[in-house]
Design a binder for this molecule. Structure first.
Ligand SMILES: [Zn+2]
Length: 92
């Protein structure tokens, strides 16, 4: 695994937008007591992912208040669900 597959996901690039400032990330972490929003696992600086809920590509707004901190495991699950939802929209 060299990370090549991850870079190919467009949803990843959108949620990692310029609106997510260090301040917004810190605020999200503090709001969640530095725990994952999905599974409540303790988050460390090197293993924290940030996502917008609802996703920008599904109509969400990239506001700091919509930011959620996730562990790598929940982040992957989250992105998978977003892709499934997008695929469903395209098929309709
Ligand atoms: Zn988690």
């Amino acid at each position: 695994m060299r990370g090549g597959e991850e870079a190919a996901h467009p949803a990843e690039a959108i949620t990692a937008g310029a609106h997510l400032t260090d301040e917004a990330r810190s605020a999200a972490l503090e709001r969640q007591c530095h725990r994952c929003a999905g599974c409540n696992a303790p988050l460390t600086a090197g293993s924290t992912h940030f996502d917008i809920r609802p996703p920008v590509i599904c109509g969400g707004s990239p506001l700091p208040g919509n930011l959620e901190a996730l562990c790598p495991f929940c982040h992957q699950n989250f992105m998978r669900r977003v892709r499934v939802r997008l695929a469903g929209h395209r098929n309709k």
